[in-house]
Design a protein around this ligand. Structure first.
Ligand SMILES: C[S@@+](CC[C@H](N)C(=O)[O-])C[C@H]1O[C@@H](n2cnc3c(N)ncnc32)[C@H](O)[C@@H]1O
Length: 251
């Protein structure tokens, strides 16, 4: 892994297209709970290469604005939208989750996967308040994040931050739910499960057999091996109290 390269950029470089803790299983739960339809206006925050927005556009034919703070990710997402021939439905835009460049009450659904975990708690609330502001009344917020299964996690968090090269602040189920409720969301419903970002099953489920083999092939290259091993060990250690949490809530 290059010095200072964030974990999600490292995994993207290896060929991973979904950079989230609960794989497509969690994303599919969110999509099933979000009341998606053709006439809905959707905002994706932190879309990275745009996989979820492209999937939503193909499935429902609705209008999606997909945003990310990283210019390179924005460029890659634009290319992917063109390659997937969904440019009529998906517009990619550069934006910061904590200062969204959109009017109040302008979206029916906001979806945000694996960003809030990366933000310290004050910025989590700032982003969630932005999601509340841009959602229409009764609109759905769909999020997907890392779940802590224990309160005693100082050492685990230090290892996670070290392996990912970024500061991460995952929360327990109660803490996640309370964060959304305290920001003003109602009907806060959660779906939780095992961390599957780098599990063999999760890799195949998300990327297919050929995609998973390509990722492992790249991970085993000399320049990537040590960083991948470190990440693989942390994410797949059954003693580590890590999982995923998908949350659906309503304005
Ligand atoms: C772990 S990746 C998840 C990407 C994608 N949602 C997925 O699930 O595959 C986190 C993403 O958050 C983006 N990001 C980081 N800080 C951000 C911010 N303040 N506003 C918007 N996006 C941000 C990163 O560029 C990266 O694409």
């Amino acid at each position: 892994m290059k010095k200072e390269e964030a974990g999600h950029n490292f995994l993207a470089r290896l060929g991973k297209t979904r950079l989230r803790p609960g794989s497509k299983l969690a994303t599919d739960w969110l999509i099933a709970n979000g009341d998606f339809r053709k006439d809905k206006k959707v905002l994706e925050v932190a879309c990275n290469m745009g996989a979820t927005s492209i999937e939503i556009a193909k499935q429902f034919g609705c209008q999606v604005i997909a945003t990310d703070y990283d210019e390179e990710a924005v460029e890659k997402a634009r290319q992917n939208v063109l390659e997937s021939k969904v440019e009529e439905f998906v517009q990619i835009q550069h934006a910061n989750a904590t200062e969204l460049p959109f009017e109040d009450n302008s979206f029916d659904i906001v979806i945000c996967e694996a960003l809030l975990t990366m933000l310290p708690n004050d910025l989590k609330e700032k982003a969630i308040n932005e999601y509340l502001r841009v959602l229409k009344p009764n609109g759905f917020l769909l999020t997907h994040d890392v779940l802590l299964l224990s309160e005693d996690t100082d050492e685990l968090l230090a290892q996670l931050r070290d392996s990912l090269n970024i500061s991460v602040t995952p929360l327990t189920k109660e803490h996640w739910k309370a964060t959304f409720a305290n920001c003003g969301f109602r009907n806060v419903d959660a779906f939780t499960g095992k961390m599957s970002l780098l599990s063999p099953k999760g890799l195949i489920y998300d990327e297919g057999v050929i995609g998973a083999m390509k990722i492992i092939g790249n991970a085993l290259k000399t320049e990537n091996r040590e960083s991948f091993k470190k990440m693989f060990k942390i994410f797949n250690n059954p003693d580590n109290k890590l999982g995923f949490i998908a949350i659906c809530s309503q304005k």
